[in-house]
Design a protein around this ligand. Sequence first.
Ligand SMILES: Nc1ncnc2c1ncn2[C@@H]1O[C@H](COP(=O)(O)OP(=O)(O)OP(=O)(O)O)[C@@H](O)[C@H]1O
Ligand SMILES: [Mg+2]
Length: 400
Amino acid sequence: MIELQGLTKRYGDKTAVDHLTFTVRPGVVTGFLGPNGAGKSTTMRMMLGLDNPTSGDVRIDGKHYAQLSEPLKYIGALLDAKAIHGGRTAYHHLLCMAQSNRIPRHRVDEVLETVGLSAVAKKRSKGFSLGMGQRLGIAGALLGDPEILMFDEPVNGLDPEGIHWIRNLMKGLAAQGRTVFVSSHLMSEMALTADHLIVIGRGRLMADTSMSDFIEKNSRSYVRLRSPQREQLKDVMAKAGHTVVETADGGFEVSDGDAATLGELAAKHQLVLHELSPQRASLEEAFMQLTAESVEYHAHGQVGGPPVGGPGAPARGAAGQPGAPAGAPPSAGSPYGGSPYGQSPYGPSPYAPGQAAPQGQGWQQPQQGGQGAPPQAPPAPPNAPEWGAQWRDQGKKKGH
Ligand SMILES: Nc1ncnc2c1ncn2[C@@H]1O[C@H](COP(=O)(O)OP(=O)(O)OP(=O)(O)O)[C@@H](O)[C@H]1O
Ligand SMILES: [Mg+2]
């Protein structure tokens, strides 16, 4: 459990974190959201004693971080994937961490296996890609088998398989009763991973609530209707007291009635419906709705409609936004070969259903079907160990 009490951090006249009081509880994944510069990383640094609070307090299981002997056994964290001595190999980076916390050497091999970096264990980390660095950082967080795990934007740089893997990893850790605290700007990913949300804006607490409550309270749900008898339907709805908003595609949106009521009303007047669909806003829409006022850094030159979604608003990014070309080939230097996602380079998730955790690994297979059980992982790739072979061979040549 992580407890914050009035936690505040000022840098000169800038208040980065402003009287934050909340508790991160075990057994669930808690998402930490906020616009750029909201104070998420600063808050996480203070949790780990890397920054001193200007005022207020933060405790890990009732203690300040500095009071924890062998802290990696209490809390594991990934804050900055690039904060690694580039001249050290992945193995020695982790071994150094392990020895400083009296963690047995075999644990290094276990976590390297868990994150899929065994093949490059003897490779110096300065040659690692962003995603490989993220994986090494995650390995460091898992090293002490801690009850509390904290990840600052862990999916940065991970490929789709890696994102899927870390989602299952976090859900699996929470299902084991651990405390998992994770920040991310990827709202669709957060919606799939987190059960609870802490949202901050300009350093202040804006929400501390469950995912479903957050979406419900910060967005408008509505029903979409389309009918070939458009005008009659509009009249019927209006006469029944509903507020009808016409959409550009010839449909209607009604936010003051549920689908059943509206459908029965149409049936009573023998009106044909081509669509009757309840619409629920996404986490992204709810987040942007709540934090619109607290965004400090705005991009300019955006093409399209207003940033906040909702009925009638154009889909973000759709209107004239240049997108990445579909089907772009992987870069020539990719370690993944021609088809990076057809077969996973990393090996199976340790939490894949039906697959027992390796003996002595310390991570227990979460119970399937229970609350918070991770979703189905994709089938294990057949030739995962081949990934990293090029570095292994290089390492051999250089005598590592
Ligand atoms: N060492 C520092 N010195 C001065 N100002 C700082 C320092 N660290 C952070 N800040 C300021 O504190 C504010 C919060 O920064 P922080 O990195 O915590 O935000 P964040 O929520 O993690 O943002 P992002 O989503 O971009 O990672 C920012 O205005 C930042 O410029
Ligand atoms: Mg940050």
